[in-house]
Design a protein around this ligand. Structure first.
Ligand SMILES: Nc1ncnc2c1ncn2[C@@H]1O[C@H](COP(=O)(O)OP(=O)(O)OP(=O)(O)O)[C@@H](O)[C@H]1O
Ligand SMILES: [Mg+2]
Length: 232
């Protein structure tokens, strides 16, 4: 089932001489549970696309539909509720709250949403993380890879339909990067979460079911595993 779709997205930063066209006419869609990597050179518009798909940044023109609902027709409040409940975000920087323990960080989005934590789901996440009693530690006592895994669990706490990850392994060594990727794949498979992952790393991209390549703000390749690249 198609869950997210964008049509004719354009994004222009600035104006006049200094204007930068970050996205030019990007149209694509994502199905429930798919794992899609987004690749492309620095400055090709990967982060911009992720932010617009995730309701973090308005496009200059074009539309994004979540389950057929026009994201940017929502008011700010409706959009932020949708973002909080349906989307999860993971960035290169872990962005954990330093004064809270790892476990408290994971629960934070649920508490901010003024909802009761789904204990079963949270224990599943905790089990998935395999951090044991390290969950009672502050982020500063955890390795980079462990912090990023906590950030992923936090992003999944509200049971989002889509997880957006922008270079989540960018700050990590190979081994920690692999653990982080394994957790993302597990989440996508076990929880049925759609995963849209931006990466420079071809080894990581090749583990996805689908790879979108952006160049100069446009999709130049879109290929699925087991299917010839259809270029659309
Ligand atoms: N807030 C902004 N203001 C002005 N220009 C911006 C802004 N954000 C991005 N850009 C420009 O838009 C283009 C696309 O940027 P974007 O961050 O999406 O690229 P990227 O593919 O994520 O690059 P990287 O791999 O380096 O993270 C670049 O030319 C960038 O300089
Ligand atoms: Mg980027």
């Amino acid at each position: 089932m198609q869950i997210l779709e964008c049509r004719n997205l354009q994004k222009i930063y600035g104006s006049g001489e200094g204007a930068v066209q970050a996205l030019r006419d990007v149209s694509t869609s994502f199905t429930q549970g798919e794992f899609c990597a987004v690749r492309g050179p620095s400055g090709s518009g990967k982060s911009t696309l992720l932010h617009i798909l995730g309701g973090l940044e308005y496009p200059t023109s074009g539309k994004v539909f979540y389950r057929g609902e026009d994201l940017y027709a929502y008011n700010d409040n409706q959009l932020s509720i949708l973002r909080r409940r349906r989307f999860g975000f993971v960035f290169q920087a872990y962005n954990l709250v330093q004064e809270l323990t790892a476990y408290e960080n994971i629960l934070l989005p649920v508490l901010l949403d003024k909802r009761k934590p789904d204990k079963k789901h949270i224990s599943l996440l905790v089990e998935m993380l395999g951090l044991g009693d390290r969950l009672d530690h502050l982020p500063s006592a955890l390795s980079g890879g462990q912090q990023q895994r906590v950030a992923i669990a936090r992003a999944l706490a509200n049971k989002p339909s889509i997880l957006f990850a922008d270079e989540p392994t960018g700050n990590l060594d190979g081994k920690s990067g692999k653990e982080v990727l394994a957790l993302l794949k597990y989440a996508s498979r076990e929880l049925g979460v759609t995963l849209v992952l931006v990466t420079h790393d071809l080894n990581i991209a090749e583990q996805a079911e689908r790879i979108i390549t952006l160049e100069d703000g446009a999709i130049t390749h879109d290929s699925r595993k087991g299917a010839p690249g259809d270029g659309s």
